[in-house]
Design a protein around this ligand. Structure first.
Ligand code: SF4
Length: 312
């Protein structure tokens, strides 16, 4: 039998096909809002805003113009796919509520857009934002930058919030019925395997979290992290793959994995490590590791992943 990753873990593409009955892509869009945390404090130690800008988005263009540029290109290269508007750069809920409403409405009114995804920090999730997101008549996902349950790690990364803030944001969005994804960094200096496992166990035990994006900690030039690299331990990519694979059995099998590696890594932006490279190769290494060690997502939880349930 063919050894495919989606037979062992709940991938985003499997979920999308299951939910919408077809292939679905995300179109990266920008509200143009700059991250207030970066403005106020200098930002997270790993943050390099240049890496947020996807191929199809430009901060200076209107949403209509961004879509006019992006949609035909995606259709040309990917064929007949459905699209989600993905507000992914900086902190995309940090603006004035009327301004955000206009931006999001412009995106979802496009005939090719069938849903909205917005990415933000836990301290920029509030009643008004949640109310706005719930008012749209398309599926909406809110991605919350959580990274870790450990306050010492959040402090080290200068995230500017605590785990309590994360819990509050998840509760608020979950109670309102929004689909929630969380971003996690695996391999934060100072965290060992058990620390990461505790974060995964929290995610698995939370009734509202539906999606996870895993990130390897990448050191970009010009960041505070780049100044520290000689003093801190960083995972190599093979250590990351090894650790991630060992954590997957503890991630509930009905939680969607929307990312396994930090993307958008341009060779020139990298300051250190073996993190520039070939995502396809890393996925392949992870796939081989998973099959060699007979790993299945969620096998150590009450919900083991079952491909048969989601395949189309
Ligand atoms: S919250 Fe996001 S955009 Fe803001 S400084 Fe941190 S990583 Fe950068």
């Amino acid at each position: 039998m063919e050894q495919r990753l989606e037979y062992r873990i709940f991938t985003y593409s499997t979920y999308m096909k299951h939910k919408f009955g077809t292939r679905v892509f995300r179109v990266g869009l920008s509200t143009g809002i700059k991250c207030p945390h970066r403005i106020k404090t200098g930002g997270c130690i790993f943050c390099n805003p240049e890496t947020f800008t996807g191929e199809y988005q430009s901060r200076n263009l209107s949403i209509k113009e961004q879509l006019k540029d992006a949609v035909p290109r995606i259709k040309e290269s990917c064929g007949d796919v459905k699209l989600l508007a993905y507000f992914q750069d900086d902190t995309s809920t940090a603006g004035d509520i009327d301004f955000l409403k206009k931006k999001f409405e412009q995106a979802i009114s496009h005939p090719e857009i069938i849903g909205l995804v917005t990415s933000t920090r836990p301290d920029y999730v509030n009643d008004k934002i949640v109310e706005l997101l719930c008012s749209f008549d398309v599926p909406v996902t809110i991605e919350i930058g959580m990274q870790s349950i450990h306050n010492k790690s959040l402090e080290f990364l200068n995230r500017g919030y605590t785990f309590k803030d994360v819990e509050k944001a998840i509760e608020l969005c979950g109670n309102a019925g929004l689909t929630i994804g969380v971003h996690l960094i695996m391999g934060i200096p100072g965290e060992n395997f058990n620390d990461m496992l505790e974060t995964i166990k929290f995610v698995s035990s939370n009734r509202y979290i539906h999606q996870v994006k895993f990130h390897n900690l990448v050191v970009y030039k010009g960041t505070k992290l780049a100044d520290m690299v000689d003093e801190i331990p960083l995972l190599s990519i093979s250590e990351y793959i090894d650790g991630l694979a060992k954590l997957l059995p503890y991630l509930r099998g009905d939680i969607v994995i929307s990312r396994l590696f930090t993307s958008n890594i341009g060779r020139t932006q990298i300051a250190l490590g073996d993190f520039f490279g070939n995502k396809t190769k890393w996925m392949n290494e992870l796939r081989k590791y998973i099959y060699k060690n007979n790993i299945v997502q969620g096998s150590e939880t009450e919900v083991e992943y079952d491909y048969e349930k989601y395949k189309k």
